[in-house]
Design a protein around this ligand. Structure first.
Ligand SMILES: NC(=O)c1ccc[n+]([C@@H]2O[C@H](COP(=O)([O-])OP(=O)(O)OC[C@H]3O[C@@H](n4cnc5c(N)ncnc54)[C@H](O)[C@@H]3O)[C@@H](O)[C@H]2O)c1
Length: 363
């Protein structure tokens, strides 16, 4: 029996219910308390979800009964909140992106290393059953050596539904830093580290009209397109856009020397299956899931809890998030410079999850 990791959440906005449920979905996590800069909100969320304690941010950081803090604040303060968690002597698991700049991302990793603490980072959707199944099929060589992939996230932005959409159009937002992590992390899980990026970016509308009536000034690019070359040789084409009203693009496909895989959307809970096309066969085959399909957000944190106990690397790691941040940042840098951007960082491809895991217990 592995010791439970005692969890506190800082920032209980729109995404927090997913983590509250996620913490309760895995036997190795115990949700102890929540905090928010808005104390009223912290109290309301604690009451609604029966979280034992609502605390101020300072009190949560000082609480000796909390081992890890889940940072669900807005992107602009991810780095400062994660650093304050580490300086309080606790592990941190952050929503994406890890930080807005590579310098801030590096500062988080260095602070954790100096203190012997862990940094985990969303997204952990690449650990869901469909994505681990796709990775296993690739590793088994079913479609041979991967040649290329496409990943397309194109829509018209979250201002039509999000209660507080301003941050999506401020530094740290935009479709690359907001949505890119799902697709780029999924690609690194499938292919390993990237070596080079080309890209282009533009902002197509100077302001956005939210469903609340708020007019939001646009301060970041809202359409990105480019390529990612992986050390393995595979070439991915990526679009992330908040400027598209409609399209017929696939979400993700991987093209191998011996066939093609379609991959469900790594942004959340796409119920579609992994599908395989091989030359000489009729149509597309749906592949059976090799892993439970009930896994939720929180699986990356649960894996980190087991990893701490077993003294092994965790999969949704700060190092992975840093490499993903470098890839994403390179799209705009490549466009501005008119040059390919060579990656300075690398990362080990996350270990495939073993077979035979349970829905609530990972190992
Ligand atoms: N909403 C979603 O569907 C969704 C999905 C996946 C990931 N995310 C990510 O989760 C994070 C939060 O998104 P959200 O949609 O929940 O945002 P939100 O604006 O609804 O909630 C953010 C919360 O953080 C609090 N906060 C802000 N600064 C703080 C600080 N310095 N200290 C303590 N609390 C602070 C705010 O008061 C608010 O309650 C973002 O990084 C976002 O990219 C959101």
């Amino acid at each position: 029996m592995v010791a439970k990791l005692r969890v506190g959440i800082i920032g209980v906005g729109n995404i927090s219910p997913a983590y509250i449920q996620g913490c309760r979905a895995f036997d190795v996590l115990e949700l102890m308390a929540c905090a928010d800069i808005n104390m009223e909100r912290a109290r309301a969320v604690a009451e609604e979800h029966a979280i034992p304690r609502a605390l101020s941010v300072e009190a949560l950081l000082a609480d000796p009964d909390i081992d890890v803090v889940v940072n669900l604040t807005v992107p602009a303060v991810h780095a400062e909140v994660s650093l304050s968690v580490l300086r309080a002597g606790k592990h941190v698991y952050s929503e994406k992106p890890l930080a807005l700049t590579l310098a801030d991302g590096r500062a988080i990793l260095d602070e954790a290393a100096a203190r012997g603490l862990r940094v985990g980072c969303a997204p952990d959707t690449f650990l869901f059953g469909q994505h681990q199944t796709a990775r296993r099929v690739l590793d088994e060589g079913t479609i041979g050596t991967p040649v290329a992939a496409v990943a397309f996230m194109a829509g018209h932005g979250p201002e039509s539904w999000h209660p507080n959409p301003g941050f999506f159009y401020a530094p740290g937002g935009g479709p690359m830093l907001d949505m890119g992590p799902y697709y780029v992390t999924c690609l690194v899980n499938l292919f390993g580290p990237a070596v080079r990026v080309s890209g282009a970016a533009r902002a197509s509308f100077p302001e956005r009209l939210a469903h609340t009536g708020e007019r939001i000034p646009v301060r970041v690019p809202t359409h990105y397109a480019g390529t990612i070359e992986f050390a393995s040789g595979a070439i991915a084409t990526l679009i992330t856009s908040f400027d598209v009203w409609g399209h017929h693009l696939p979400v993700m496909e991987v093209y191998g020397e011996l066939g093609t895989l379609t991959i469900p959307d790594p942004n959340g809970f796409d119920p579609r299956e992994v599908r395989l096309m091989q030359p000489g066969t009729e149509g597309w085959a749906s592949l059976p899931l090799a892993y439970p399909d009930a896994w939720k957000r929180g699986i990356g944190l649960a894996d980190m809890a087991y990893a701490i106990e077993a003294n092994r690397p965790h999969r949704a790691s700060g190092d992975l998030a840093y490499h993903v941040l470098e890839i994403m940042s390179a799209f705009a840098t490549a466009y501005e410079s008119g040059q390919y951007v060579t990656m300075a960082s690398t990362v080990a491809q996350p270990e495939l999850l073993p077979l035979g895991l349970g829905e609530r217990v990972l190992s």
